[in-house]
Write a protein that binds this ligand. Structure first.
Ligand SMILES: [Zn+2]
Length: 408
């Protein structure tokens, strides 16, 4: 591996992007054939970089490098190797391959860190196959639950079945891979997946917190009727109520940054051009780095949904499907990382991650820090996802310095 490190990283990212379940696009889902091939290939690169490689019982790929000091603690670095459907090359993969290039550079320089390092390639983060995210990091942190094993994919196969096939024996819920006291922390390098770094003309920055998320389904019930014969004053139009609600949600979120709120799906019933909508179900997703602000915004939105429904002779119900609190990145780790970044590019504004990451789950086990890398046009979860080699070079230098700072 004598190539220039950023070229090496780009070559690995490109090769990994060709390992897919769907020809012509990049798709790798939990324990799929492509995921098995991806683990095998990244495992080879890990071995070449001098790491000892194993796979745990949920399919996470783990490469370990011992430190020079016996009994020293372990620093974890990683991200996920699964993808969304028709994904980009950087989401997840970058956080696994960049640390690997950094460790390989140290090896080539004959440098041995005093502490141990593990590079983690999580088997599942995106929630594509089983509609539930973080199966990999939950397995690693010992927070996988019996309910997770009962989830089914589109073919009716349960998580438990896939894990028993993988392990060739009855699956038992794993315990945490490490004791908290044996760990130094977890660093995740990730593409920003948003437009902030590009707007600020910065290659990288640190994350201060990962926003909490509340998600659910809101249904408006009205009265279906003939679109030609029912006068406007006598209608109970569920979709008109939902439309008023959607505008209200946007209005609330616009006036309370960094709150973000999204209605992403709308199911209209009966759903015909000549019938007044009698029932509408919409999804609502609300995120904020402060839990109290998120809950307050959600409750205001739901209060206004009731008010809109009442005024229009509708009824509405709310079902909360996901509620995760915000995760603060560790101030100490983040400070070290931010000092490093400031030396490289002058500024290092702390960003809030609006997207969830493996770091959310890892924070249950150890302090976490995240480094975001600029993403062209903020585009992610899309084949056009792109991070420039110059930015990757800055991220690589920041990671290397971070590793060295720990040694000191
Ligand atoms: Zn990701």
């Amino acid at each position: 591996m004598a190539r220039e490190p950023t070229q090496q990283l780009t070559r690995w990212l490109n090769e990994l992007a060709r390992i897919t379940d769907e020809p012509g696009k990049l798709t790798r889902t939990f324990l799929s054939p492509a995921m098995r091939r991806a683990n095998a290939r990244v495992g080879e690169w890990m071995r070449a970089a001098g790491l000892a490689v194993r796979e745990d019982s949920v399919g996470n790929l783990i490469g370990r490098l011992e430190g020079s000091r016996p009994g020293a603690k372990t620093l974890l670095l990683g991200s996920h190797l699964d993808t969304v459907r028709d994904a980009g090359r950087f989401d997840g993969a970058l956080g696994v391959l960049l640390p690997l290039v950094a460790l390989d550079m140290l090896r080539q320089q004959g440098r041995i860190l005093p502490y141990a390092v593990e590079v983690l390639g999580f088997s599942e983060e995106e929630g594509v196959r089983f509609s539930s995210a973080y199966l990999g990091s939950k397995g690693f942190t010992g927070t996988l639950r019996a309910a997770d094993l009962k989830l089914r994919d589109a073919d009716g196969i349960q998580v438990r079945d896939t894990l028993e096939t993988l392990n060739g024996e009855t699956f038992t819920l794993p315990r945490a891979a490490h004791r908290r006291s044996d760990l130094l922390g977890y660093l995740e390098v990730h593409i920003e997946q948003g437009p902030v770094l590009e707007a600020q003309d910065l290659a990288v920055s640190v994350v201060s917190a990962i926003a909490g998320q509340s998600r659910g389904r809101l249904t408006f019930y009205g009265q279906a009727g003939h679109a030609g014969t029912t006068p406007m004053g006598l209608r109970r139009d569920a979709l008109a109520g939902a439309a008023a609600f959607i505008s209200t949600v946007e209005g609330i979120a616009r006036t309370r940054p960094p709150l973000v709120a999204t209605v992403g799906t709308l199911a209209v019933s009966p759903g015909a051009p000549n019938v007044i909508p009698g029932e509408v179900t919409l999804s609502l997703d609300v995120r904020h780095p402060r839990d109290r602000a998120r809950r307050a915004a959600l409750s205001r939105m739901l209060g206004l949904a009731e008010w809109i429904a009442r005024r229009r002779g509708l009824r509405c119900t709310w079902e909360l499907t996901q509620d995760g609190n915000a995760v603060a990145c560790d101030p100490k780790l983040t400070r070290v990382l931010a000092e490093t970044v400031r030396k490289l590019q002058g500024r290092c504004p702390a960003l809030v991650s609006g997207a969830g990451h493996d770091a959310v789950v890892m924070s249950a086990l150890t302090p976490v820090a995240m480094l975001f890398v600029r993403c062209r046009a903020g585009r992610s979860h899309h084949p056009d996802e792109y991070a420039a080699p110059e930015d990757l070079r800055v991220a690589l230098r920041a990671t290397l310095t971070f590793l060295e700072r720990f040694a000191g």
